[in-house]
Design a binder for this molecule. Structure first.
Ligand code: FMN
Length: 168
């Protein structure tokens, strides 16, 4: 499932799709493996899933709630969760080259997903920051402010991040 993070969770359109998956469950209420009430699973199909999301704030912690929510849905539906691709600071995606390393790891994650699960090491590489939180906040704020000063400031911060990433 792939979506941009909205208000710390699923966008309404995505949630609408999730709600329709209720058909995958039977209506009786039973005690599940975790000791709380749940519905039995209707079909004997257990497709593996991957959580893919981007967010506009720089910290990865903004995904905490949706990660828990998605895992709960997977547990209830009997879907094995094969990994997470979480990209914070999505406002920096237009800075040339800054996401190149991340994109390569995302391709690796795609291959890993086809074979089995996405390893924790690949997930961590994907989630690594490409710019400091402070620079990112200032860059996005300047870009949103616009005008010649805003554009110059955001370009300067972006260029600084590109140079830093090339030196790593
Ligand atoms: C209605 C709305 C709510 C948002 N809520 C959050 C949020 O809670 N946390 C966050 O980091 N970014 C939030 N964002 C930013 C989006 O997650 C970000 O723009 C998106 O991941 C970028 O992907 P896109 O280019 O496909 O829109 C929000 C954006 C919108 C429009």
């Amino acid at each position: 499932m792939a979506f941009p993070l909205y208000f710390f969770g699923f966008p309404a359109t995505v949630k609408n799709v999730i709600d329709r998956l209720f058909i995958l469950l039977e209506s009786p209420q039973i005690i599940g493996n975790c000791g709380t009430t749940c519905h039995p699973i209707r079909f004997d199909r257990h497709p593996k899933t991957v959580l893919i999301s981007s967010c506009g704030f720089p910290e990865i912690e903004h995904f905490d709630i949706v990660r828990r929510h998605f895992k709960k849905i997977c547990d209830e539906a009997g879907w094995p969760l094969a990994g997470e691709i979480l990209i914070s600071a999505a406002g920096a995606v237009d800075v040339p080259g800054l996401f190149d390393k991340k994109l390569n790891f995302i391709k690796e994650a795609g291959s890993a997903f086809m074979q089995s699960d996405i390893g924790r090491d690949i997930q961590e590489e994907i989630s690594k920051p490409v710019i400091s939180d402070r620079d990112y906040r200032e860059m996005v704020t300047a870009a949103l402010k616009g005008g010649i000063t805003g554009r110059i400031k955001s370009t300067v911060i972006g260029t600084k991040a590109i140079i830093k990433s090339k030196m790593e």
